[in-house]
Ligand binder design. Structure first.
Ligand code: BTN
Length: 336
């Protein structure tokens, strides 16, 4: 606690030196205790200058996903107001799911620097080297029927795309339902899990894995990272703050107007609509032309046998020609 107060104080006096005596007086702890806390903060990566007769000065904060760092300057109403940040855990989705079961309010976020058992969609593994990327799970309690949860998934993909555009000026695309791609290579994956009754959702956990700083050599085949795309390291704390802000905005938009407006944002960035795809569904495959999403977030396909199919879950493979370059944005086509 005193460690946090010291940090707050040094942050408030950014660039200036604060004497040990002043910190000790304000925090009502001994000067030796101040020194001990400063040492602990340095171990966390804070660069704090200590001068014998003048005091302490914060030179820089680490780009570690620490709750206090993220919370500083985060102006959301509920998304990220409760932050559970860990060095290592099995899966942020598992931890967020437990919080959901315990009744923790929506907007709570779980973040980890490393996951021992990171999970992807359809039973895949999600691997991410320690402290390079973003592993985030957001707990939400939408007033939706279970069949409508796909809408939240699409909203999350829009949030990621908008954040990447805002912070890195990069045009990225969404492969249905929620892979974020850059020139066909995966930048972000989203895993939605939910607890539901037959007619209503108790809560959903939106798990986002965003490749931010992993270098080209360490990325799985077919993936990329924002640092690889832009050629410069991403300040992860700033990225998370911007993303949480965006998630709140899009989630509120979803609550107000459903997928009408968000669906247009999704379609504008769709890497799927208008292209030949192969959809892998439970026990069968559909090949044809992707027509777009409807207001439930389902994908419509005009299959090669002439039928129009509506799919709500599954995996989509794009034909080679389907991957547009980031420089030529998608044509908008939506299906209601
Ligand atoms: C996919 O594309 O298959 C989805 C990947 C989702 C990975 C994220 S990382 C944070 C959260 N915790 C998990 O175990 N998985 C999701």
């Amino acid at each position: 606690m005193s460690r946090q107060s010291i940090l707050d104080h040094l942050h408030r006096h950014e660039g200036r030196t604060v004497s040990g005596a002043e910190l000790s007086r304000r925090l009502k702890i001994s000067r030796a205790a101040v020194w001990k806390d400063v040492q602990a903060l340095r171990r966390l990566g804070y660069d704090i200058q200590a001068r014998t007769r003048s005091g302490y000065r914060l030179l820089s904060a680490p780009d570690r996903l620490l709750a206090d760092e993220i919370a500083r300057g985060l102006d959301t109403r509920f998304v990220g107001r409760r932050l559970y940040c860990y060095d290592t855990l099995d899966s942020t989705n598992d931890t967020a799911f437990r919080l959901g079961e315990q009744g923790v309010p929506e907007g709570a976020c779980v973040i980890a620097e490393y996951q021992r058992k990171g999970r992807g969609r359809l039973g895949r593994v999600w691997e991410s080297p320690k402290a390079e990327n973003l592993l985030l799970s957001v707990l939400l309690r939408p007033r939706l029927a279970p069949a409508e949860v796909a809408k939240v998934t699409l909203a999350m993909a829009v949030s990621v795309v908008k954040t990447v555009e805002e912070l890195a000026g990069q045009n990225v695309q969404i492969k249905w339902p929620n892979d974020v791609l850059w020139k066909g290579r995966k930048l972000c994956g989203i895993l939605m899990e939910m607890s539901a009754e037959s007619d209503r959702v108790n809560f959903v956990v939106a798990g986002l894995g965003v490749n931010l700083n992993t270098g080209p050599g360490a990325l799985p085949p077919g993936s990329t990272s924002l640092a690889e795309i832009t050629g410069s390291r991403v300040h992860r704390v700033s990225f998370v703050r911007a993303l949480l802000r965006r998630i709140e905005k899009d989630y509120l938009r979803l609550g107000e107007g459903g997928l009408e407006e968000l669906g247009r944002d999704w379609e504008e960035h769709s890497a799927t609509t208008g292209h030949r795809i192969r959809a892998i569904l439970q026990g069968r495959t559909v090949e044809g032309q992707a027509m777009g999403i409807d207001t439930d977030g389902a994908l419509w396909i005009r299959s090669d046998n002439g039928l129009q199919e509506r799919i709500l879950t599954g995996d989509v493979l794009l034909d080679a020609g389907a991957v547009r370059s980031a420089a030529s944005p998608a044509k908008r086509r939506s299906r209601k």
